[in-house]
Design a protein around this ligand. Structure first.
Ligand code: FPP
Length: 247
């Protein structure tokens, strides 16, 4: 099938509202070619940029999440951490105008206060400038972790309780979800992980309660538009019951 045919086929069925991507395999992609790991990240960034453009131009889904840097990624060699943060800063700085013009709203999820101050400023600037984007809502996890996010929600709940703005018995699942850093994003319908491993690696935990998972051995730099469409097509064959008997 050509890309156009694949696209037409997925459009005949219910599309996911929110797709989240765990971009794994950059290092292996580079190592298999005898290249330094950072070259895999550079190619990985280009793959991410291509996909974002495709999803926005085709208005394929309204919400897209990318897990770019986890709370555990600080444990990598300093050189690689510096390269990744630099790459993300460049990504946001260089793509910022394109996002604003293309109606892409960027939000960065994560403990941004631990990031270099210049990156924090770049993030705040593009988030503010792209706020009215209504073509694609793009959430990028930087220094993000699912557990961090839940603890953050718990902290906010405690602060509200201390000031008597929230009583313990008022805190239900809906109220808690509204306190999470991911508030405002619909829960992901589909979580895709590239690069062979089959785990969530502390990405969306609370939000993934009813997500469908799709694992592919394709390494992230090779994950292209067709691969995304194939993942969506697989998702369209799933029966989502949300704990009920009938779909
Ligand atoms: C996993 O590969 C990838 C990462 C830790 C970083 C993901 C970052 C990018 C793709 C850069 C661009 C991101 C955006 C949003 C533009 P790995 O190093 O864990 O690969 P390995 O498992 O083969 O070692």
């Amino acid at each position: 099938m050509t890309r156009g045919e694949l696209l037409a086929a997925v459009r005949t069925q219910r599309l996911p509202h929110h797709v989240a991507l765990i971009m794994d395999g950059n290092g292996r992609w580079a190592e298999r070619r005898g290249l330094p790991r950072v070259e895999g990240h550079r190619q990985g960034m280009q793959a991410a940029e291509r996909l974002i453009r495709f999803v926005a131009e085709e208005r394929l889904v309204p919400y897209l999440s990318l897990f770019a840097f986890s709370t555990e990624n600080w444990n990598r060699p300093q050189e690689e951490v510096d390269y990744l943060l630099d790459l993300l800063a460049r990504f946001i700085r260089e793509r910022g105008d394109e996002f604003v013009e293309g109606g892409i709203r960027l939000r960065v999820l994560g403990a941004v206060e631990a990031l270099p101050p210049s990156l924090q400023r770049t993030i705040a600037e593009i988030e503010a400038r792209s706020r009215r984007g209504d073509v694609l809502d793009l959430a990028v996890g930087i220094n993000f972790g699912g557990r961090w996010s839940i603890v953050e929600g718990a902290r906010r709940a405690m602060a509200l309780a201390r000031s008597d703005a929230l009583k313990p018995e008022e805190l239900d699942e809906g109220a808690f979800a509204r306190l999470l850093p991911t508030a405002g994003l619909p829960e992901p319908d589909l979580i895709v992980r590239t690069g062979e491993e089959k785990r969530i690696s502390n990405f969306y935990l609370w939000e993934a309660a009813y997500s469908e998972f799709y694992f592919t051995s394709i390494l992230w730099p090779d994950f292209d538009e067709d691969a995304l469409l194939a993942a969506i097509q697989d998702f369209q064959g799933r029966r989502r019951r949300f704990g009920r008997v009938t779909p």
